[in-house]
Ligand binder design. Sequence first.
Ligand SMILES: Cc1cc2nc3c(=O)[nH]c(=O)nc-3n(C[C@H](O)[C@H](O)[C@H](O)COP(=O)(O)O)c2cc1C
Length: 334
Amino acid sequence: MNTLLTPLSFAGLTLRNRIVMPPMFSGFATPRGEVTDRIVEYHRLRAAAGTALVIVEHTYVHPWGRLSDTQMGVHDDGLIPGLARLAAAIKGEGAVACLQLAHAGASTTVAAIGRAPMGPTRMRHPFEKEADAADEATAGEITLTIRAFGDAAARAREAGFDAVEIHAAHGYLLSQFLSPLTNTRADEYGGNEQNRRRLHLDVLAEIRARLGPDFPVFIRLGAHDETPGGLELEDAVHAAIALAAGGIDLVDISGGLQGSRPPVVVARGPGWFVPYAQAIKAAVNVPVLVTGGFTDPRHADRVVREGRADLIGVGRGMLNDAGWARSAIAELRG
Ligand SMILES: Cc1cc2nc3c(=O)[nH]c(=O)nc-3n(C[C@H](O)[C@H](O)[C@H](O)COP(=O)(O)O)c2cc1C
């Protein structure tokens, strides 16, 4: 039986246990998206505590996908040296280093990107009240975005990251494309569920074409929009199956349009996305990571023991206590 402390090997990676630092925006980047010493130290400390996998905070792949002026970028080769320092610091502490590749789509503002945000459809984001009205992405803009993800993944690998994670959750661009509520396009990227997940598969295929079959590629998948007319679990399960067939190496379960802490789901208590992770785990043969409300190591351990997920992300628990993994390991060994 696997426990929270059992190592996990997959896709050429070996994780020393099942404890993950999920991506958490620090707000410490420069206005040009550069890594700073504070970002390096923020991630290094959590790796040094014994965390097996550190997924670095959302990093924009293209200037139009930027969310804020203190966000890290991976849209330019000039950013590679800073990213390399970050990857080396995480790996130097024995953790696997993954970079989250993000595009905010319709969630952002004209002030952040210098143009109207770009969504699947001309719209206002249903839950991001600060976001400006978005234009519908043209076919050319979709092609450019797919390339930007591929370029970003290549930069991440050059910087020394062990893996990349495609951000397809929390109401950002890919989450907007997957949702029937925000994607009413009439072309091959909208309409039925195959079309709504086409951008995900195209991004994955582009990364695979650039980096080959062996470089680990994860996806953070918003599994449910928790809103009438929005994404339901069934579509997310089908998307996960298609992504696994397309070569994804890990599925990281979180929320869709309403973000990582939808009130109706949080009300279910800690581990609120475990039922979704369990359903997706039953449908794919790649590891499944789940995050959301975990603070008690014994609870995290139980979810792994019960086979409901392979890996557990601890977000705010690690934000508040950089040594969370160290204490958890001691408690479970105790
Ligand atoms: C300050 C903060 C920043 C976050 N930034 C990101 C991010 O960059 N990318 C992402 O996918 N999720 C982000 N999240 C969501 C977390 O990864 C996590 O899913 C969420 O906090 C719920 O898990 P928890 O209850 O363990 O904190 C962020 C959460 C917090 C609190």
